[in-house]
Design a protein around this ligand. Structure first.
Ligand code: IPE
Length: 258
């Protein structure tokens, strides 16, 4: 099995509310159609369809007052709007996507996952459809609501399916020793593991990322790597890499090992 996470920074412009990177999304869908086998699940991030409003209303800490509850409704609508764009792109590439919204299959308690219904994923796969899930606002039995990132969904799927390959499609070539967008001396690592994590000068992402920025994402990838044979971060903005990686080829990127 292959799990693919299309990062919100590749399919959207992360700083501009509800702004799609349409041509990149279409190309990535075509690359998936060309490279991925039948046993594949796609999960996408929320990018500017989720993080901006969720950060403004502090939704990762829950939602109780009227303004926050309205924001929950709006973010749920927005991430579905993005999901429809992803489904459209996959359909145009002649795949058979079927949406599995986390808000219907995941429950949280105080910010922690307490239940995950894998049934719809399994059922769609059995019927030769391509399950597509995404970062979403989910119900939390203590806080009202929580944010489930696409990476959280991938972690649960990895535990249950133990995939051969997990591809994190990002807007950079992999993990660097510093911030590649600011520090010209930063070099890309071929492999990153738990011991390498401590030595990295990861970009400071206090800003608008409600699911924790690169450090949290890397920690989750390390957890995912315990359940998958091969976990990689690749650049989805570089043409052809997703297709090649989906075929199992060794492309420029960073391998994450447990
Ligand atoms: C975020 O999901 C979900 C919401 C903000 C509702 P992700 O954390 O997976 O999204 P990206 O990939 O960082 O954009």
């Amino acid at each position: 099995m292959l799990l693919v996470k299309l990062g919100g920074s590749v399919i959207t412009v992360k700083s501009k509310y509800r702004t799609l990177r349409g041509p990149d999304l279409s190309r990535l869908a075509r690359e998936l159609a060309a490279g991925a086998g039948p046993d594949t699940i796609v999960v996408h991030g929320a990018g500017s369809y989720g993080h901006i409003l969720a950060a403004k209303h502090g939704l990762s800490e829950g939602a109780r007052d009227a303004a926050a509850l309205s924001a929950v409704a709006q973010v749920q609508r927005d991430v579905r709007a993005l999901d429809l764009k992803v489904l459209d792109a996959l359909l145009r590439a002649r795949l058979r996507p079927a949406a599995v919204p986390p808000s219907l299959v995941m429950r949280y308690h105080d910010g922690r996952l307490v239940s995950f219904d894998v049934g719809p994923f399994r059922d769609y796969l059995m019927r030769e459809l391509l399950p597509v899930s995404f970062g979403d606002v989910v119900m939390d039995t203590k806080r009202g609501f929580s944010i489930a990132s696409g990476d959280d969904v991938i972690l649960e799927l990895a535990k249950l399916f133990r995939p051969d390959r997990v591809l994190f499609v990002a807007d950079v070539d992999g993990v660097y020793t510093g911030d590649p967008k600011r520090d010209r001396g930063a070099t890309r690592l071929d492999v990153v593991d738990a011991s390498a994590m401590g030595t990295l000068a990861l970009p400071n992402e206090a800003g608008q990322d409600v699911t924790g920025g690169l450090r949290r994402k890397l920690e989750r990838m390390l957890a995912i790597a315990k359940h998958a044979r091969d976990v990689r971060i690749i650049n989805g903005l570089a043409r052809g890499r997703l297709e090649a990686a989906a075929k199992g080829q060794d492309v420029v990127g960073t391998r994450v090992v447990a």
